[in-house]
Design a protein around this ligand. Structure first.
Ligand code: R5P
Length: 282
């Protein structure tokens, strides 16, 4: 097995090569003067399975992925597995209005054209796995890795920001050996939301919020403020995909005692490697 890293998630790809004891190849990615993408996998020939690690976010990374797939086939790859740590467009998993595309499915259709297997990490909507009808598809979870990372932080309670994310909080809590619950959100006005844990009192507790995505950070900020109001001793935040758009990370640092996320998207806080989880399904 050869692990090929595109220009995203290179650290995860390196970890994966180490965990699986495989050869690591960093693909070269350049731009032609007109802006078109040029990729190259620096090998003479490949007579082995190739695992390409590359996000489909932002948009130009998707083109890079398609070119890497073809480059690998051109070299003779016997099997192509695509590890897509962060799947761009995953939240556009419905035709929300008439005349709109089913964007997440469009991506799946194109990815599987040149792929035997697709490995996703905490995909927003697991039903999307069925859209990969030409390639084997599997979703892996970052929660156990998040739990392992926070093992020495003295966490008393893991909270999911909503009921839909409760399972994920439970997996992290089981690794930590603590309780878990979810936050119930009530909208008080156009700008005010009230978020309280469903069953467990947070007073005096060290709380860890685990979400799949942190984008603007709005969800974590609102939850953190409420938890502090309810007497939480400390509030830490974690997620699988730290997008941190529009200065979200700087803002969050003012609210949370600690922030750490998985290394599907690289940032200064993407310190939790999901390589062991991904390696298990390769
Ligand atoms: C929602 O479905 C997701 O699980 C996240 O809670 C959401 O995407 C976070 O977004 P933001 O950081 O902008 O509040």
């Amino acid at each position: 097995m050869i692990i090929v890293a595109g220009s995203t998630s290179s650290k995860l790809a390196q970890d994966l090569a180490q965990v699986t004891n495989s050869e690591f190849v960093q693909a070269s990615v350049k731009r032609f003067p007109d802006g078109e993408c040029h990729v190259r996998i620096e090998k003479e020939k490949i007579d082995d399975e190739v695992v390409i690690v590359q996000n489909t976010y932002p948009d130009d990374k998707m083109i890079e992925l398609f070119l890497l797939q073809d480059a690998a086939y051109g070299l003779g790859a016997t099997k192509i597995t695509n590890v897509i740590p962060y799947y761009g467009y995953a939240r556009q998993d419905e035709r929300f209005n008439k005349g709109e595309p089913l964007s997440a499915r469009v991506m799946a259709d194109h990815i599987q054209l040149n792929s035997d297997k697709v490995v996703l990490v905490d995909i927003h909507n697991p039903e999307m796995l069925d859209w990969f009808d030409e390639a084997e598809s599997v979703d892996v979870h970052a929660a156990p890795a998040i739990g392992r990372y926070f093992k020495d932080a003295g966490i008393d309670l893991v909270l999911a920001p909503d009921e839909g994310a409760l399972k994920r909080a439970g997996w992290a809590a089981e690794t930590l050996g603590c309780e878990w619950d979810y936050l119930v959100k009530t909208r008080l006005s156009g700008t005010q939301v009230h978020m309280v844990p469903k069953d467990i009192d947070v007073k005096g507790k060290k709380v860890l919020i685990v979400d799949d995505i942190i984008s603007t950070g709005g969800t974590i900020v609102a939850a953190t403020e409420e938890l502090r109001r309810h007497g939480a001793k400390s509030v830490m935040a974690s997620c699988t995909h730290g997008l941190f758009v529009s200065g979200a990370l700087d803002r969050l640092k003012k609210y949370c005692d600690r922030i750490a996320c998985a290394n599907t998207l690289e940032s200064e806080v993407s310190v939790i490697s999901v390589a062991p989880e991904v390696a298990k399904v390769l």
